[in-house]
Structures are given as structure tokens and as C-alpha cells.
Design a protein around this ligand. Structure first.
Ligand SMILES: Cc1ncc(C[n+]2csc(CCOP(=O)(O)OP(=O)(O)O)c2C)c(N)n1
Ligand SMILES: [Mg+2]
Length: 392
């Protein structure tokens, strides 16, 4: 995990005290409950006047920290596995742990999530074995988890497509009469800043709005779409786009796990009660490369990354726990040890993953197959048989 001096005062920031409408330096109306220095802000007001606060027990605060550290460590292990040729590709979440753990823990059991390809932290919060996405990125299976069992859809690589799937699903939730009560179902759709320029996402906004779908659009604005910076996507803060579609938008400090939790829980609860969709812009930063195929030094400068490292989501949570004496050195050591053990275990299991039979790639294309697919399978089987007995 990242080490940070808890007392560090970053450039252009005041150490304390912070006002309710804090963090103007990070953009307008940024909801923040934990500063980069680890100071707690009791409550924060959103653009529509909503007051956000959290009330966690010490155990729960420690639990959130544990989640953040584990998620980062498992992600680092996956990056290392790719570098060693054990995965074809990896899309790291480095820097986005708080946005994902905060929103992921805000989901209630009955809520349904639609991820992109980077939501490993949300996947973890849903109770899915972290080995699952590694099978996908190793190319030995399609992901492997049951979306209905865990209420977490399959990873979606096609940018923005999952926002339409989520909208359709959320409309179905309403049609089935599963909204309107406190134990109703809400839906969350994850996507990136770049995805906001896709037609799919804008269509999803329209449909969700006019059908009052119980849907939270959760945009992780990590400042880049591969090499394209945010200023190539928008001239207004992304959360303000919601207004034009007729639903509320809020910008949250995506490196603040407490604020991410508070804002998401509120939006989900509004949705489940039948109050329609909303947009959350989690303002964060992709500290690593877009994927292991990308070299970010070609399009961004080191000082930018350093400025965001000073806002690290884990360092600020650690500083808070230390200052408030919610956790001691033994606790931090035990979390590090757990992270190490789990990542070693993950690595061992990845190396043991069996290679599938090549012909099995035809098995799950359609639920009931098709004549064209049967023909392709037959051709491929014949092709593979042509190697039998040869040295290749
Ligand atoms: C429809 C579509 N177009 C292009 C791509 C190639 N592509 C993969 S990731 C990406 C950038 C996405 O950026 P953003 O939405 O900000 O998400 P991030 O990766 O930053 O989390 C692009 C263009 C794709 N996967 N799908
Ligand atoms: Mg992005």
C-alpha cells in the first residue's frame, strides 16, 4: 500500500480547518468527508442542498481501510502477473480504490451493479472471488461468476454499453414492482469520463430519466480515456450534464471512501424509493496506466501524478485512523499481512488455472447454439485434428 506522511500539506491546499463546502480547489461542489490529510469533515452539502454524513463504528472504519488495502494489493498482484506473462492484459484500478469500495459497500444486498472492466474493487465488495476476473484476463474463461447470484453483471469492455443494459434492467425492476419501498431494488451503472462522450451513455440518460428508472449512474472521472484528457470530453463538470437530462447530479471526492459511500447510499436509496435516476461523478485519478498495454509517460507529466499521489485514498484513511486512535500499529501490520497472504494465494491459483480445450470457445456464444456456430465448431475441430501426431 502507499505510504504517505499523514501530516503532509499538499500544494495549493489548506491543512485545516475545512468548511462544509470544502475543497473548492478540487472543483465546484465537491462532496468531501475526509481530507487528503486525514481530517474528518462532519458533513458536506451537495449542489441540491442534500447534506451528506456517515456514522460508522470504529470496526466499520477499520473494515473500509482493510477493503482498500486488500483491493490495492490484489490489483498490484494482477499487474505483476501480467508483466510475467501470466495474464494477457490487466486494467488496474490503482488510485480508484475509494470510489469503488465506497460505492461498492453502499450497495445493499438486493441491488444490482453493472461494471466496466476496471471495477475489481466493487467486485470484491460484492463477495466475488477475486480470481474471477483474472480468468477473463488470462483468456481461459469468460469471467466465471454468476451475475444473478452476486448481483454483479459481467465485465463490459464495450465502452458505455453497460449503461444501456443497466437502464433496461432498472426499467424492468420498476415494471416488476420492486421499487417504492425501503427494501426495494436499486441499480448502479459504472462508467468512465471518456464513456460520457458515447451515444450509449447519453441514450441511457434519456431513457432512465423519462422512465424514472431506479438507477444510479456512477462515473469514475479518472481524468483520462486512455490518452485523452478530460478536457477533450467536456467543457462543463460532468456531474452538471445530469441537469440537461432532468435528474440530479453530484460530484464527490472519489479518493474519499467515506464521501463515496455517503453519496452513493443516498442516491441508491432515493432510486429504490422510486425517485428516479441520478448521476454521481467520482472525481479521482488513474494513478497507473490505462492498461498494461499503455505507457502513460507518453501523454502526461510526472508532476501531475505526484500531485494526485498526495491525495491518495488509502494514505488519508490511514492518517484518519491513526489520528483518531481507531487503529494501532498491530492492526495495520495485520492488514498488510492479510493482503500479502491473499495475494500469494491469488498468484498460486492463477498459475494452476487449467487451459480450456480450444474448441470450448464455441460453447457459450449462444444459449441454444446456431447452425452457423455448429459449422464453425466442426471446421475448427477438423483443423485442430490436423495437428494430431505432429510435433506442433
Ligand atoms: C465502443 C468502444 N470504443 C472504443 C473502445 C476502446 N477503449 C477501451 S478503453 C477506452 C477509454 C475509456 O475511457 P473511460 O471511459 O474514461 O474509462 P477508463 O478506462 O478511464 O476507466 C477506449 C476508447 C472500446 N472498448 N469500446
Ligand atoms: Mg477515464
Amino acid at each position: 500500500m502507499a505510504k504517505g506522511d499523514p501530516g503532509v500539506t499538499t500544494r495549493g491546499r489548506r491543512a485545516a480547518p475545512r468548511s462544509k463546502r470544502a475543497a473548492a480547489a478540487d472543483g465546484p461542489e465537491l462532496v468531501q468527508l475526509l481530507t487528503p490529510e486525514g481530517e474528518r469533515i462532519e458533513s458536506a452539502t451537495g449542489p441540491d442542498g442534500t447534506e451528506y454524513r456517515v456514522d460508522f463504528t470504529d470496526e466499520e472504519y477499520r473494515g473500509l481501510y482493510r477493503d482498500l488495502v486488500l483491493v490495492r494489493k490484489l490489483d498490484a498482484e494482477a499487474t505483476a502477473l501480467q508483466r510475467q506473462g501470466e495474464l494477457g492484459l490487466w486494467a488496474s484500478l490503482l488510485g480508484q480504490e475509494a470510489a469503488q469500495v465506497g460505492s461498492g459497500r453502499a450497495l445493499r444486498t438486493q441491488d444490482m451493479a453493472f461494471p466496466t472492466y476496471r471495477e475489481h474493487g466493487v467486485l470484491y465488495c460484492r463477495g466475488i472471488d477475486p480470481i474471477m476476473p483474472l480468468g477473463l484476463f488470462r483468456g481461459v474463461d469468460q469471467g466465471g461468476w454468476d451475475p444473478n447470484e452476486f448481483k454483479f453483471n459481467m465485465y463490459t469492455i464495450v465502452i458505455g454499453a453497460q449503461t444501456l443494459h443497466a437502464t433496461g434492467y432498472a426499467m424492468g425492476v420498476t415494471m416488476d414492482g420492486r421499487t417504492g419501498t425501503e427494501d426495494g431494488e436499486a441499480v448502479i451503472a459504472y462508467f468512465g469520463d471518456g464513456a460520457t462522450s458515447q451515444g450509449d451513455v447519453n441514450e441511457a440518460f434519456v431513457w432512465a430519466s423519462v422512465f424514472n428508472a431506479p438507477l444510479v449512474f456512477f462515473c469514475q472521472n479518472n481524468q483520462y480515456a486512455i490518452s485523452e484528457p478530460l478536457e477533450r470530453q467536456t467543457r462543463v463538470p460532468l456531474y452538471q450534464r445530469a441537469g440537461g437530462f432532468g435528474f440530479p447530479g453530484v460530484r464527490v471526492d472519489g479518493n474519499d471512501v467515506l464521501a463515496s459511500y455517503a453519496v452513493t447510499r443516498h442516491a441508491l436509496d432515493n432510486a429504490r424509493l422510486g425517485q428516479g435516476p441520478s448521476l454521481i461523478e467520482a472525481y479521482t485519478y488513474r494513478m497507473g496506466a490505462h492498461t498494461t498495454s499503455d505507457d502513460p509517460t507518453r501523454y502526461r507529466i510526472a508532476s501531475e501524478v505526484e500531485a494526485w499521489q498526495a491525495k491518495d485514498p488509502i494514505a488519508r484513511m490511514k492518517a484518519f485512523l491513526e489520528k483518531q486512535q481507531i487503529a494501532d500499529a498491530d492492526f495495520f501490520a495485520s492488514v498488510d499481512e492479510q493482503a500479502r497472504t491473499e495475494s500469494v494465494h491469488l498468484r498460486e491459483r492463477v498459475l494452476e488455472m487449467p487451459n480450456p480445450e480450444p474448441v470450448s470457445m464455441f460453447d457459450h456464444v449462444y444459449p441454444n447454439g446456431s447452425p452457423e456456430l455448429d459449422e464453425q465448431r466442426a471446421q475448427f475441430t477438423k483443423y485442430m485434428e490436423s495437428f494430431e501426431g505432429s510435433a506442433h
